[in-house]
Design a protein around this ligand. Structure first.
Ligand code: F6P
Length: 417
């Protein structure tokens, strides 16, 4: 939460903190006069700060900044790294240290040079040149302390953590210990709160949509029902967007446990109307509704073991659903699991632009001293939100989007207007 007065405080804090930077000291007053305005704008009742991405040379002073990518890989990670490093080097004379394999790199001081040459040609590349992991320092003995020692050892002024809620939750813990951290929202699942879109989501949706288009042709040719299982652990954004874009007949998401008999009935009604094939899109985290309480259900998992952030490995809902739909409708039903195909490949134009905007926003936030915050997209504005806002809960698919999917699919008898 950054009320109006804090910008001035940032400058003063930086003034004390960066005594060796005489430019900042001498220009502190000019900086205050020219500083970008801080707005207190209600959006979902939470305040945010607009980011002025204009470069003021007067504000520029060199910093040493660490960068890491954590959690599942995602198209656009390299585009963020590139934007951070380019603007940092070209406009602020910054130096960068790349930490390898997410928080593991910070725990173990595994680094790589992140200079102008090392980011050359990475914009269209999927994955991340920094590699990634699901390492959680908070789960290791003295892990956070070791992270802080590494940052000190590398003489860093700030750290940019690019990741989802898990990565940013560690960033918040370090911020609480006094580390200057800025977060960047990443997940193909698009379920991070505080931002309207995460980069990587658009690419994943396009990959899934293309797969649904391909599956459609086989479904039609063989008069089958095809079930397409897409990613989406807690939220069904990929299922909803790709399902609507790909013309799926039924879309199932984690937010609403589904009754398999209702799914079968929608397919029966559609076929009774003369259609001879159907496509169902199901998110990996979608749940079969419990008989006792239909608003509840448990996701299908492939492994019960949990990772360091407490996540089980999901998968298999598509297979069970296909079997049940075939049994109940008598229609031949097959399934495909898109899995990591959705996370791979070159980022879409939208994701390249969004990732670049996030990268620029993040390095500018570092230079404005907006720590403990995450760069975010609200409407079409790049803004800064507290990390706590991003990590406290998942952003779920909204009712309006669910209504679009329902409006496009066969209504059950009790749903007819
Ligand atoms: O990054 C989010 C996500 O893609 C989820 O949709 C999925 O459940 C999970 O990652 C899979 O992660 P991993 O590749 O580590 O198994």
């Amino acid at each position: 939460m950054l009320p109006q007065i804090e910008l001035e405080e940032f400058v003063i804090r930086r003034k004390l903190h960066r005594l060796r930077h005489s430019t900042l000291l001498t220009d502190a007053n000019i900086l205050l006069t020219h500083a970008p305005k801080v707005y207190y704008a209600p959006h979902n009742t939470l305040p945010y700060v607009t980011i002025n991405t204009t470069t003021h040379r007067r504000m520029a002073y060199a910093m040493r900044v660490g960068v890491l990518t954590g959690g599942g890989d995602c198209p656009g990670l390299n585009a963020v790294i590139r934007a951070v490093v380019r603007k940092g080097i070209l406009h602020y004379d910054d130096e960068f240290v790349g930490f390898l394999e997410g928080w593991r790199g910070v725990l173990e001081n595994k680094t790589m040079v992140l200079d102008y040459d090392s980011i050359s040609g990475i914009l269209p590349r999927g994955g991340t040149i920094l590699r990634t992991s699901r390492t959680n320092p908070a789960k290791r003995d003295g892990g956070l302390q070791r992270c802080m020692e590494t940052l000190k050892h590398n003489n860093l002024d700030a750290l940019i953590a690019i990741g989802g809620d898990d990565t940013n939750s560690v960033a918040q813990k370090l911020f609480e210990q006094g580390i200057n951290v800025v977060g960047v929202p990443k997940t193909i699942d698009n379920d991070l709160s505080g931002t309207d879109f995460c980069f990587g989501f658009d690419t994943a949706v396009n990959t899934a949509m293309e797969a649904i288009d391909r599956v459609h042709t086989t479904a039609e040719a063989h008069q089958r029902v095809m079930v397409v299982e897409v990613m989406g652990r807690d939220a069904g954004w990929i299922a909803m967007y790709s399902g609507i874009a790909g013309g799926a007949d039924v879309v199932l998401i984690p937010e609403k446990p589904f009754d398999v008999e209702e799914v079968a009935e929608r397919i029966r009604l559609r076929h009774a109307r003369g259609r001879y094939f159907s496509v169902i899109v199901v998110a990996e985290g979608a749940k079969f509704a419990s008989d006792v309480d239909p608003s509840q259900g448990a996701p299908v998992v492939t492994e019960m073991g949990k990772d360091e952030f407490g996540h089980v490995r999901l998968g298999g809902v598509g297979q069970i659903l296909a079997r049940e739909v075939e049994r109940r409708t008598g229609l031949e039903t097959r399934y495909v699991v898109l899995g990591h195909i959705q996370r791979g490949g070159s980022p879409s134009a939208f994701d390249r632009v969004l990732a670049s905007r996030y990268g620029i926003g993040a390095i500018d936030m570092v230079h404005r001293g907006e720590f403990g915050c995450m760069v975010a997209l609200r409407g079409n504005d790049i803004v800064s939100v507290p990390l706590t806002e991003a990590i406290n809960k998942n952003r779920l698919v909204d009712r309006a989007l669910v209504d679009v999917a329902l409006g496009l699919s066969e209504p059950l008898k009790n749903e007819k207007k």
